[in-house]
Design a protein around this ligand. Structure first.
Ligand code: UDP
Length: 238
């Protein structure tokens, strides 16, 4: 195995992760925390072992996607809480893909959660804590220069292929992929899939019972939060 670069200094601390520079300027180390936030950090808590579980679940999804030809920032998992990643210049847009109506879309449109969408819907949100990540459209992304036309086309393609791959993988494990959020960035002139893919950033429902196995258990005080994260790790591990 290639040598692991030396961990240097923390250059970013987000709600769920810390990022460290390394002795290789092209690589960073992501450290997964147990801190949980919801509603733009208006609700805070910790989910025991969340960092460990999310690091492993993200590894499984990134490996799956890489096998299927999606380029990601994932290099390898280093230990329980750390992942070695390619350094990205992040595109400040959160890309949400939805298969079943839930969360903010259900609320915004005044509809019941759980309605199957007749085809996947892609949404963009501007990454800004100060503004509560407002919903935007493709014109906003282009006019404000957050990505070029070519980059946005690539992002859409990658988001849609990621949805197809994850949906099929999860369906075989008895899970419905309701919706999820992706982030992308530039690395050596190329758009790569970044961030993490885990129960913090996806909605997972059991196919039979429709039980929620994701961060909604924390957001909505449904209990059995840790159990849900462990259940998802068990499902994707087989
Ligand atoms: N999401 C996320 N980070 C955010 C907002 C949303 O990871 O800052 C994920 C969320 O877990 C869900 C999907 O994106 O899987 C769609 O979220 P939605 O817009 O419904 O927002 P929320 O439920 O957070 O109000």
């Amino acid at each position: 195995m290639e040598q692991t670069p030396q961990k240097l200094e923390m250059f970013y601390e987000g709600k769920a992760k810390k990022l460290y520079t390394t002795s290789d300027p092209d690589l960073v180390i992501a450290y997964f925390k147990d801190d949980a936030t919801a509603f733009n950090a208006k609700k805070r808590g910790t989910i025991e072992d969340k960092g460990v579980v999310n690091n492993r679940i993200s590894e499984i999804f990134f490996r799956l996607l890489e096998r299927e030809g999606i380029k990601t920032h994932f290099v390898r998992r280093l230990n329980d809480r750390e992942m070695l990643c390619r350094r990205l210049e992040i595109v400040p847009v959160e890309v949400v893909v939805r298969n079943i109506l839930a969360g903010s879309m259900a609320k915004r449109l005044g509809r019941e959660e759980g309605e199957a969408l007749k085809r996947p819907v892609i949404e963009y949100y501007y990454k800004s804590d100060a503004l509560d990540d407002p919903l935007i459209n493709a014109d906003h992304v282009l006019v404000f220069g957050w990505a070029t036309t070519g980059e946005l086309r690539r992002i859409d393609t990658l988001a849609s292929r990621t949805n197809d791959i994850m949906r099929r993988f999860l369906d075989e494990r008895g899970i419905l992929l309701v919706d999820f959020k992706l982030e992308f960035g530039r690395h050596k002139g190329e758009i790569l899939l970044g961030d993490e893919i885990c129960p913090d950033t996806c909605r997972f429902w059991d196919k039979e019972t429709r039980k929620k196995l994701d961060k909604d258990r924390f957001r909505r005080d449904l209990g059995e939060v840790e159990d849900a994260y462990h259940e998802m790790l068990a499902r994707v591990s087989r």
